[in-house]
Ligand binder design. Structure first.
Ligand code: BYC
Length: 353
């Protein structure tokens, strides 16, 4: 470079010399930039290799560790959708707290709905460890931009729906969340351990409601069967699109965010749940359901994927109602936030005085 500058000084007059200097400067900057970019690519490639080696060795990734941008983005997407599902999921059951048939059922349902709020909070915290802003995440839910589980866009029409949700919805959630306890991202995996313990209590209380109703009067049994009829297919849809249509599964499996595909977990759920329905004398609403001796599992009928995508796209029976309820809750709770902030400020002012 110095030789080139010397040559310019010797061979050119003043005017041409300054133009040449500018040119040399431009070329030099360009070379530096290309070089930096090249070095950065090499750096990122080696970081990515190290990262994948850690994942392959089942070493957890922690918030301060280097991670690829897409790994971070995938986790923020999935964990925030999961958090929203827990919070929106409080609504269909919350709707029945005042109408529970007795004090015991009311106390159990109240505790369950409260647990779901707790799950949402752990999960929002987990997104914060990835650098997400909690308020922005929640605003995305309120603006309709963020997704949450399709299942919570169906109405709860009878008390038996509390049984069906606990048995089927929490049952499906456990099937999906137990493998998430081994997710490669530490904070998400650890949150899931506690969530799964609570979900298993939720599932059992739901199954208990269904068992009681199914062995009760003719009307009670019909009510339980009707709830199963309405919640069966949406519960299968909870596991997400079929593997052929799942755009994130391949990469998420390589990163060990997901440990099983959507179809694998759906199949496990069917295989566990069908005998439970038989045990309490209810019928799974699927004429094509049959035991396959060679695969030692049940084959089931076609899922209505049009319905699934309609619900995911915001056009389910209760999408609008659910998001409106969350927006209203934020609006109505503003004074609590303001009061808590004023109290905190007053306390910290007192401390520093
Ligand atoms: N509903 O490539 P895919 C609970 C979206 S709550 C809506 O397979 P992925 C409870 C998906 O997000 C428990 N959207 O995605 C609470 C993606 O969209 P974007 C909730 C769905 O992430 C209260 C697109 O479809 N559990 O237990 O690899 C009371 C393509 O899908 C759904 C969780 O959240 C759906 N069902 O796999 C009672 C578990 N399915 O973002 C109970 C954590 C898919 O590309 N999440 N989509 O626009 C997961 O395990 C995974 O995210 C999923 C989907 C298996 C759900």
């Amino acid at each position: 470079m110095l030789k080139l500058i010397n040559l310019i000084l010797i061979t050119s007059d003043r005017k041409h010399c300054s133009i040449s200097f500018v040119l040399v400067g431009v070329v030099y900057t360009y070379i530096c930039l290309v070089n930096a970019l090249f070095m950065k690519n090499i750096d990122i490639k080696s970081l990515e290799e190290k990262f994948q080696k850690k994942i392959d060795a089942d070493i957890k990734i922690e918030p301060n560790d280097w991670m690829p941008d897409n790994y971070r983005a995938t986790l923020i997407r999935q964990i925030s959708q999961h958090a929203h599902s827990e919070i929106v999921g409080m609504l269909p059951e919350g709707n029945w707290i005042t109408r529970a048939p007795n004090l015991r059922r009311k106390a159990v349902l109240l505790a369950k709905v409260q647990d779901e709020a707790g799950h949402g909070l752990y999960l929002y915290c987990a997104t914060e460890t990835l650098g997400a802003d909690r308020e922005e995440t929640i605003d995305d839910l309120h603006s309709g931009k963020a997704k949450y589980s399709s299942i919570f866009n169906y109405p709860t029409l009878s008390w038996a729906d509390m049984g069906a949700i606990g048995w089927l919805v929490d049952g499906a959630a456990i099937m999906n969340q137990v493998p998430l306890c081994r997710c490669s991202y530490g904070p998400y995996a650890r949150a899931m351990v506690r969530v799964c313990k609570e979900e298993s209590f939720h599932q059992r209380q739901g199954f208990e409601i269904m068992t009681k109703l199914a062995s009760g009067t003719k009307e009670q049994k019909e009510m339980a069967q009707d709830a199963l009829n309405r919640f069966w297919w949406p519960s299968l849809m909870m596991f997400g699109p079929s593997d052929a249509d799942s755009k994130h599964t391949d990469q998420s499996m390589k990163w060990k965010i997901k440990r099983h595909t959507n179809d694998e977990l759906r199949q496990q759920f069917v295989d566990i749940t069908v005998p439970q329905a038989e045990m309490i004398g209810l019928t799974i609403p699927d004429n094509d359901l049959k035991w396959n001796e060679s695969t030692k599992s049940y084959t089931y009928g076609a899922i209505n994927w049009d319905e699934f995508w309609q619900v995911v796209g915001g056009n389910g029976p209760c999408n609008k109602e659910r998001v409106d309820a969350r927006r209203k809750a934020k609006e109505d709770g503003k004074w609590v936030v303001e009061a808590a902030m004023a109290f905190a400020n007053k306390r910290s002012a007192k401390k520093s005085a």
